[in-house]
Design a protein around this ligand. Structure first.
Ligand SMILES: [Zn+2]
Length: 145
């Protein structure tokens, strides 16, 4: 099935310049604390480098542009979801710290589980040998399994 509006696997749109780029060599450019999680914005290499060299005022302008892209322009004129290079710390953790998998796969949680993990009502346990994770009620001491 042809999906011309979707970037190929491992690619997303830079929330700053809006160009398609490969996530493979990328790292998060900056984070935004939000509701107990940190939203990670990933820029293309050119914008990432520009952000690293920028002063505080320039960084604020660049991050504001990313906020507008990711929060206000979530759909294109045809109603298709725009795939920005954005994820969260929790999603990154759930994907074994693999940024491409985190952005491609998402958290794989219901909104209720996601919120309950961030609030501390639930936690995630991992069965390390199988790579299987489960959401459980209450907090778990990590590493004890
Ligand atoms: Zn860019």
């Amino acid at each position: 099935m042809k999906t011309p509006h979707l970037p190929e696997y491992g690619h997303r749109l830079c929330p700053h310049c809006e160009r398609d780029f490969s996530l493979y060599p990328a790292n998060p450019t900056f984070g935004e604390s939000l509701c107990g999680d940190v939203v990670l914005y990933v820029m293309c290499s050119g914008c990432h480098e520009q952000f690293q060299m920028a002063d505080d005022d320039q960084r604020k302008l660049m991050s504001d542009k990313c906020f507008v892209s990711a929060k206000l322009h979530q759909h294109d004129s045809n109603g298709n979801r725009v795939l920005w290079a954005v994820t969260t710390n929790l999603t990154l953790f759930l994907n074994g710290d693999d940024l491409v998998c985190a952005i491609e796969n998402g958290a794989g949680l219901t909104k209720q589980h996601y919120v309950s993990i961030l609030s501390g009502e639930c936690d995630i346990i991992q069965f390390s040998s199988a790579g299987i994770r489960s959401v459980v009620k209450g907090q778990v001491h990590r590493g004890g399994l």
